[in-house]
Write a protein that binds this ligand. Structure first.
Ligand code: SAM
Length: 178
């Protein structure tokens, strides 16, 4: 999240989303880095996670920068009409999520996408799983992860790249596409 926060700071994003915000670790990093005046839409489908995230945000004095939504990312994003400067996606695992097209559609031209969970790609490419991903994501996790990465790399509305340490996907929406 230190790297994501650096990207948030340098991008100057003022409307951001944190998908799969969990108990708020990523949300707090993003809200803090975005600064006063920014808004972070934090979405998670687990009400207990959202409740804990709200409490921590309040303790840190960041609650005014965060809109918490309890629900499935694809459903919450489907109701959105705003164009986001930066979206952080931690609500996918091993394959393309249901919210992929809506998420990219909501990024403004030139908007930034940061993606967690790409340790799966490192593990797939090195064929050295750091965990029992079969149990978490099924036996096709490696092929599915690589297929998802390939499909992102081939999109003409997104310039996408990956770094391995820390494992992070980074995309920028094409400036001439909505
Ligand atoms: C790895 S955890 C998130 C960690 C969080 N970003 C952080 O840094 O603390 C993934 C979270 O995504 C949520 N999640 C997964 N898929 C989701 C979906 N389709 N819609 C909403 N929430 C989802 C889970 O409830 C879980 O809290």
């Amino acid at each position: 999240m230190q790297l994501v926060a650096a990207i948030v700071r340098t991008s100057g994003a003022s409307l951001l989303a944190d998908l799969g915000s969990g108990i708020g670790y990523s949300t707090l990093w993003i809200a803090d880095a975005a600064g006063p005046g920014a808004t972070v839409l934090a979405i998670d489908n687990d009400p207990s996670h959202v409740a804990e995230a709200k409490e921590t945000a309040s303790c840190r004095g960041l609650e005014n920068r965060i809109e918490f939504e309890t629900g499935i990312v694809a459903e919450v994003l489907a109701r959105e009409t705003r164009q986001f400067d930066l979206i952080h996606d931690d609500a996918w695992f091993a394959r393309a999520p249901d919210h992929l097209e809506t998420m990219i559609g909501l990024l403004r031209p030139g908007g930034v996408l940061t993606m967690a969970n790409w340790f799966l790609l490192v593990d797939a490419l090195t064929r050295q799983p750091s965990n029992d991903w079969d149990a978490f994501a099924g036996p096709a996790w490696a092929e599915d992860t690589m297929a998802y990465a390939r499909s992102l790399a081939e999109r003409d509305d997104l310039a996408m790249t990956w770094i391995t340490t820390p494992p992070l996907g980074l995309g920028v929406k094409s400036a001439d596409r909505r």
